[in-house]
Design a binder for this molecule. Sequence first.
Ligand code: PD2
Ligand code: ZN
Length: 283
Amino acid sequence: MSGQQQITPDLRRWIDAQMAEGFSHEQILAAMVSSGWQALVAAQALEQARSAKLGLPDLPLRPAGQGLPTIDLSSGAPSLWLGDRWVHVLMSLGHPRVVLLGGLLSEEECDAMVAAAKARLARSETVAANPVGSEVNAARTSDGMFFERGESELIQRVEARLARLMNWPVDHGEGLQVLRYRPGAEYLPHYDYFDPAMPGSDAILERGGQRVATLVMYLNTPAAGGATIFPDVKLDVLPLKGNAVFFSYERPDPSTLTLHGGAPVQEGEKWVATKWLREGVFV
Ligand code: PD2
Ligand code: ZN
């Protein structure tokens, strides 16, 4: 099939009916793709239906294969309306592309995400003997878990807000990852993109292409330490509950200056939720 398909009223009605039947977003997307819809169009139609359900305006459609996640600061205003919440622009850097945001999540949203993640971290500790599906990451001494995309009303609400913030569809993002750092825990400097030369990267890249941007959201305020650091430009972002740091990388290359890490937590705990954005639909 050539050319971009159009989202028709019939398709929107069909998606609404599937959502009302209780099918998951993943199931609806898979059904659309297997009946011939282009993945990007299917993801955008689903995104529109999801926004309508939340009473939010439609996201502009993104031309396939173009551009990067972008926070539109062109209005020059210090706060951006994301359909359900104002977010404050605290700092913007051109290279590396970094934007620091204030008040992206409410106190209640942070607490609810920590509570939901804590229950799952505790469970994963009790099944630690079974390493299937677990990630071994020597550079990181925190504990982690993933929320499934759209798995709860809270996650849907936050993901829809992030899609608006970064002008990037929900389906082009991985599920939110939550990390808990205890005192002394850290994340050594790294790049979030996948090194295409690494063995096994083909399989990773098949699931939605490269990572192109990261949003780290702070779910609490540690008593001391735990900054997100960008050593190339000597930038330290102090973790404050509800705030977030966004950075994007147009190619998987150190010239993006997006080397970053989590400095050791000195006192208290640090909780973050990370959203990684992919070039294409992440499956
Ligand atoms: O927790 C952080 O500050 C941090 C630092 C570096 C998180 C990530 N990377 C990440 O989730 O990729
Ligand atoms: Zn990282």
